[in-house]
Design a binder for this molecule. Structure first.
Ligand SMILES: *Cc1c(COP(=O)(O)O)cnc(C)c1O
Length: 426
């Protein structure tokens, strides 16, 4: 059987196969770079495991209060090692990325403080956390103020705007690395570092928090390497490596992490409690695999970019640009194309491949969202997945893929669906 036969059996026709094959042959240099980054980050992760002496007992869990949980406490030191921070909080009780970010904010801000977002409007689900959209329990209800500085037209940080908006009450500055559901570019760690240096030149005491979702292990450095006080993310994205079944992390300064731990559990108990049940093996193993899984996702992202830009759709980033996260946006300007794309991805999934995605009112988002997510871990977006809000410009945000062959097939299948539905003509 040659390779085409394998894909033909899966419903890919010759035209789609040949079209994709030609594009992939042009991507080998790019893919080589991703593999090289995976090697560098694999060593970083392994080195942390060795230094912290991860041992078999770490893979067991605790129950009840979870006092003296060796696995949990060691894993938090491993994260702190990888992120080069004083400390880290890595817990299954942090339910997702939004929760990790909310926790970082709510625990480090007090009534009367202000937070300032300098990368424009933050990710959709943070609007209710902050109170940009009125919401019960928001920071706003607790008397914590919010302001934002929009990015400049070229997508860069508006340093003058930042300087103007930092006031005496400003306690925390938030930066989002990945674009989220917006049409800007994601920031490199270097760009974030330059922004942080500038912010420090104005207010040395400011707490700088970076939303690191989807950015982990894409570059050699993390935001914590360039001065962030808190680097925050989700374990059902990159650092969970597809195995962590839930969870979030905050890596940062001792004070910030202590605040977060006390808010997560309670004052007095802080980080000393929090049973890990049977989850630790997956946290460790997922973290260990994460650099390679992230590289697979990056290959998929670049492959998707090269297909859809060739077909004349707007893609962000382009197939040739540097990557700072694993997200690929494709803008269709038509609802049917967004829907077909997601259905093609869903049908290529190992779980729920027979399910047809429909748009729904997802909690935390203010327009209908369509999602393709046939993942082992519900909602995991380091696994092959695609989603997009049903609103102009009908952009799909595509990410993940635990292996390159799967990412490759998923994207080919998305194209096959667009062809079958008469939206694309090859
Ligand atoms: C995914 C994401 C979040 C929120 O994470 P959830 O796990 O979905 O709650 C926040 N910020 C960015 C940039 C993200 O990509």
């Amino acid at each position: 059987m040659d390779r085409y036969d394998a894909y033909q059996k899966m419903g890919i026709n010759r035209k789609v196969y040949d079209f994709c094959e030609e594009l992939i042959s042009g991507l080998s240099d790019r893919f080589g770079k991703f593999d090289e980054m995976a090697e560098i980050n694999q060593m970083k992760v392994l080195d942390a495991f060795r230094r912290e002496q991860v041992q078999e007992a770490c893979l067991m869990g605790t129950s009840g209060y979870g006092y003296n949980d060796l696995g949990r406490d060691t894993l938090e030191r491993v994260y702190a090692d990888i992120f080069h921070t004083e400390d880290a909080l890595v817990r299954p009780q942090i339910t997702c990325g939004t929760h990790a970010l909310a926790l970082a904010l709510m625990s480090n801000l007090r009534p009367g403080d202000y937070m300032l977002s300098v990368s424009g409007r933050p990710y959709d689900t943070l609007e209710e956390v902050i109170g940009i959209r009125d919401s019960m329990g928001s920071l706003k209800e607790y008397g914590i103020g919010y302001d934002e500085v929009l990015l400049k037209a070229d997508g860069s940080f508006d340093l003058n705007g930042i300087k103007e908006k930092i006031r005496p009450e400003t306690k925390l500055v938030a930066i989002q690395r990945s674009k989220g559901y917006s049409d800007r570019r994601s920031f490199s760690v270097e760009q974030i570092g330059e922004c942080i240096s500038f912010i420090r030149s104005i207010g040395k005491e400011l707490i700088i928090m970076v939303d690191n979702c989807y950015g982990e292990f894409v570059e050699e450095l993390e935001p914590s390497d360039v001065g962030a006080d808190m680097t925050v993310g989700s374990l059902i994205k990159n650092p969970g490596g597809g195995l962590a079944p839930a969870g979030g992390y905050i890596a940062g300064t001792s004070v910030c992490i202590e605040n977060a731990a006390r808010r997560l559990t309670s004052p007095g108990l802080g980080r000393e409690v929090g049973a890990t049940l049977g989850i630790m093996r997956d946290f460790y193993q997922g973290l260990f695999l994460s650099p390679v899984v992230t590289a697979a996702a990056l290959k998929g992202a670049v492959f998707a970019a090269s297909i859809y830009e060739k077909l004349g759709f707007d893609v962000l980033p382009s197939s040739e640009e540097e990557r700072y996260d694993i997200i690929q946006a494709v803008t269709f300007h038509r609802e049917d194309a967004l829907v077909s794309f997601c259905r093609g991805i869903q049908a290529a999934s190992p779980v729920d491949s027979h399910v047809v995605p429909e748009a729904w009112d997802m909690p935390g988002y203010d327009s209908k969202v369509i999602m393709a997510a046939g993942s082992f871990i519900s909602g995991s977006s380091i696994e092959l997945s695609a989603d997009g809000p049903l609103r102009e410009p009908y952009s799909v945000y595509f990410q993940g893929g635990l292996t390159w062959p799967h990412a490759r097939f998923g994207i080919m299948n998305s194209l096959q669906y667009l062809v079958n539905d008469g939206i694309v003509n090859l």
